[in-house]
Design a protein. Structure first.
Lengths: 556, 343
């Protein structure tokens, strides 16, 4: 079914007229869209429709949590008028009489709830301006390629650099199939997440595929610079405040995503949630927002003539991740604890600086689109028909039917989301592209690890430099064994290999060592006088992690 | 109301069809057409009187078309073959609740020296692997077919990750003589219903050797502990073992001469050989196979003294008394050690 190829140049849009794009139509009729979002929240939040005091307590809880957030974790991006808004809500709640004394209490509580919902959705909602998109379409590749070409000698070289973009940035996948699916339904892209550079990278890739624009949730910490904030807003980014954890906000966010999908707006989620701190592929997904594709597909079957939603996992494969050091150190220190302060520092200006730095020094990247699936993880053919793992044609409606009727069932759908999550993880693994840098990092770290097999990872990471030097010959022998195994895995469709893996051993080793984490102040690997050494075991560990989980260790 | 399907005309399949017929019309699948015909004409099979609301057929396409809720009750050794034939007619709309108390092994257990987790599938895992069905469940508990067919009061558990599978199972099966409980612990329920088979063999042996109630209570309690140790190694929680499929089924099968596995143990204690007993029974005793499977999985380092001893007796020609002495001389640990171990 799959017909994988690389894009040589940007493809024309599948739907040429931007004003026909669902993202444009939906955000143009913003009020109607937000009305549907709010209606969805009120209809499906079962906890809202229980006893009158449930709602009252929930409102108090929301107020309390918002107050804590404003005082304990204030961010620059916070709306200055927000305090005023919550004071108003507080007054309204305080002025309410006890529930047992007033018959209309619930109505008033409901009004307060609606006010909060209005506030949330108003802050959340994205926009789509064709003029901004057109500007981005023209500017982004230029800026990107201009940046990639680190030292353009003469002006003419700058203009020719757009063509060279694809030497550095490979986009591969069954492109024709994905474009065809866009004509038949809604496309949801779910990428791996390593770096803050992922969003511009994936944005550019999707544009080059000629797909209609995608809406996506972006952390509000990225909305600090007014101009950039507006730019992102007008490109379909809706604002997500990850500090808000209470259920009304979460349900509003989910409803937003669900309704956007049922309006046929292409969407993007990072199912891993945050960037991989270890450099490993995602091992576990955050299923909250992902679950909205199941609910949206059910609604489409009942209300939208069965329009299908297609899921496309994407792996982003870098030789160099600028944040690698910070991420791996944070992992080693906190063992995965969330750290909001760090995110707060990652503001939009910081992102520009980082992006610039990464791209100017980046030896390349590969964006790999996996075969498309339906919302249950079944592969789909060129006509959008679903086929289960044993090859039987299946109808998505059948998954929702009970006694012949399509029904909403949150518990069932949470299980389906789990199935989809597992399939995405499987596709991530199978569509990871092994770069020369991944291979050499894996080989080097595993040789050292084997040498000190009784040591814990922490002990290995603090080994002195002279204990971690590897002879070139030993390195090459192990590298060849791992390469052979990778070729075997590639044949079994369990991983993908980049072209540089085909190089002869000497060239492969040199290319990989040159490229792995090439712009960190300390070198990740270096070859000198027939010896391979590292200045940072932590970074070596980080880059090595990409190939863990494939059982390659036993070939070291 | 939609018809309910049963696949398999063994004792339990027939008894289940009768219980389902209290609430619904039932289609029961018989592999051989003459059996289907016999059931439909004589309303009797394997000594059980078959309800008028049960119709026997020999067509997979028909049963999947007419019934969206189907109970496959087929021995584990034939389960995969049945699924392969059934699979083309199944869709994700179907709900399958199996009642097979056995494991599917991908390798030939007589040829290999050890088994790996990926080669050992519970029946619900096998259904998920071989069909497009996703809503899968299992039924297990103290359900001796003879007593069910005599319409004695009883109960069972329907386990599934999906609440609608449990609800549909209950709606179809729950009645004034048969209580149906629900559980989300599918793995635990399946493991319990598989492992209790060899505990029942051991119980039969004790009975055959003339031991009394204290001995059997010791066996049942430690048998449950052993089931939990194994379950944990397989990724199951411990809750299901305390329910009908665990302690409930253990109490029934370890005390009943109606249980095939119990009878195997009993006759072994009487000096008969396993092959002869199985030939005489003319029925499947899943416990014999389970002992071998547990033995081949022992490299996962769970605590299984009873399975070890039974393996020595059945597959290594140990004398039963020697096997018993082996178990009784092992070191003892905490009474309720199964609650707090992750080993």
């Amino acid at each position: 079914m799959s017909n994988r190829k690389s894009i040589e140049k940007p493809l024309p849009s599948v739907v040429e007229n931007m004003e026909e794009w669902p993202i444009y139509v939906t955000y143009k009729n913003k009020e109607e869209f937000l009305h549907k979002v709010k209606k969805h929240v009120l209809k499906h939040s079962s906890w809202l429709n229980k006893e009158p005091d449930t709602l009252r307590n929930e409102l108090k809880n929301i107020l309390y949590q918002e107050k804590i957030r404003l005082t304990k974790t204030p961010w620059k991006s916070d709306d200055p008028k927000e305090k005023l808004f919550w004071s108003g809500i507080k007054k309204q709640i305080r002025n309410q009489k006890p529930i047992e004394n007033r018959g209309d209490t619930q109505e008033v509580d409901q009004a307060i709830l609606n006010e909060i919902l209005d506030y949330y959705t108003d802050k959340m909602v994205a926009n789509f301006k064709p003029s901004t998109f057109r500007f981005a379409q023209k500017a982004l590749p230029f800026v990107y390629s201009r940046l990639i070409n680190s030292f353009p000698r003469i002006l003419s070289k700058i203009f020719s650099s757009v063509d060279k973009l694809y030497d550095r940035m490979k986009i591969t996948g069954d492109i024709d199939h994905i474009r065809k699916l866009q004509e038949m339904g809604t496309v949801v892209v779910v990428p791996t997440h390593y770096s803050n550079l992922d969003s511009p990278t994936i944005g550019l890739s999707l544009n080059n595929l000629g797909l209609s624009a995608f809406t996506y949730g972006a952390g509000i910490n990225l909305f600090t610079i007014k101009t950039l904030s507006k730019f992102m807003h007008n490109l379909g980014a809706y604002k997500v405040d990850r500090r808000r954890k209470h259920r009304l906000y979460i349900e509003t966010l989910k409803a937003y995503s669900t309704v956007a999908l049922t309006e046929n707006v292409n969407s993007l989620f990072y199912p891993g949630g945050s960037r991989s701190k270890t450099g490993k592929l995602e091992e576990k997904l955050k299923l909250g927002l992902l679950g909205t594709v199941i609910d949206a597909q059910r609604i489409n079957l009942v209300e939208n003539g069965g329009k299908k939603i297609f899921i496309i996992p994407v792996t982003l494969n870098y030789h160099y991740v600028l944040e690698a050091k910070k991420l791996i150190e944070s992992h080693l220190k906190n063992m995965g604890k969330e750290n909001y302060l760090e995110d707060e520092n990652t503001n939009s200006f910081g992102l520009i600086k980082r992006t610039y730095k990464v791209i100017t020094s980046n030896p390349g990247m590969t964006v790999s689109f996996a075969p498309a699936m339906d919302v249950f993880g079944n592969r789909v053919d060129e006509n959008g028909e679903s086929f289960c793992k044993i090859g039987n044609k299946v109808q998505v409606a059948d998954y929702f039917k009970l006694n012949g009727k399509i029904e909403r069932n949150v518990q069932r759908d949470s299980q389906y989301t789990q199935i989809l999550g597992d399939r995405i993880l499987e596709e991530f693994r199978e569509n990871t592209v092994v770069l020369s840098s991944n291979l050499v990092a894996f080989v080097a770290f595993q040789i050292i690890r084997k040498r000190f097999s009784q040591f814990s990872v922490f002990e290995i990471l603090s080994l002195p430099k002279d204990e971690t030097t590897i002879a070139e010959l030993e390195f090459k022998i192990v590298m060849e064994r791992i390469k052979d195994r990778l070729i075997q895995l590639d044949k079994e469709n369990k991983i993908l290999l980049s072209e540089d893996i085909d190089l002869n051993p000497k060239e492969l080793m040199t290319a990989g060592i040159q490229k792995v984490g090439s712009s960190h102040p300390k070198y990740v690997l270096r070859i000198k006088k027939g010896e391979i050494s590292t200045q940072s075991m932590k970074l070596l560990y980080y880059y090595h992690n990409k190939l863990t989980g494939y059982g390659l260790e036993e070939y070291v | 109301m939609q018809k309910v399907g049963v696949i398999g005309t063994g004792n339990f399949g027939l008894a289940l069809a009768n219980l389902l017929s209290i609430n619904r019309e039932v289609l029961i699948y018989a592999r051989r057409e003459e059996i289907a015909e016999k059931i439909n004409t004589t309303r009797e099979h394997k000594g059980q009187v078959i309800s008028e609301k049960v119709v026997a057929i020999s067509d997979f396409e028909e049963i999947t078309r007419e019934c969206k809720l189907i109970f496959p009750i087929v021995p584990s050794s034939n389960f995969k073959e049945m699924l392969v034939q059934l699979s083309p007619f199944l869709t994700p709309e179907h709900i399958l609740i199996h009642g097979t108390k056995g494991l599917h092994i991908e390798s030939d257990i007589n040829e290999v020296e050890e088994l790996h987790r990926t080669e050992v599938l519970t029946m619900s895992e096998l259904i998920l692997k071989e069909t497009s069905v996703v809503r899968v469940g299992c039924i297990a508990g103290p359900n001796l077919a003879k007593e069910l067919s005599d319409k004695q009061i009883g109960g069972t558990v329907v386990a599934s990750r999906y609440n609608d599978v449990i609800t549909e199972g209950k709606k179809a099966l729950h009645s004034s003589i048969f209580r149906v409980y629900g559980s989300n612990e599918v793995m635990g329920v399946e493991i319990a219903s598989v492992l209790k088979n060899y505990i029942a063999i051991a119980a039969g042996m004790l009975e055959g050797l003339g031991y009394g109630d204290n001995s059997k209570a010791l066996l049942i309690t430690r048998g449950m502990a052993e089931m939990i140790f194994f379950g944990k190694a397989f990724g199951a929680g411990e809750k299901a073992f305390m329910g009908l499929a665990g302690i409930g089924d253990l109490m029934a099968t370890c005390n009943s001469k109606l249980s095939r596995n119990f009878r195997v143990g009993y006759f072994l204690a009487q000096g008969k050989k396993a092959d002869e007993i199985l030939a005489d029974l003319n029925e499947v005793a899943e416990g014999i196979k389970t002992i071998k499977v547990v033995h081949l999985l022992r490299h996962y380092r769970f605590n299984s003294p009873l399975a070890d001893a039974l393996h020595k007796v059945i597959y290594e020609d140990w004398d039963i008394e020697k096997g018993l002495s082996y178990v009784m001389n092992l070191p003892v640990s905490d009474d309720t050690d199964f609650f707090n171990t992750n080993d």
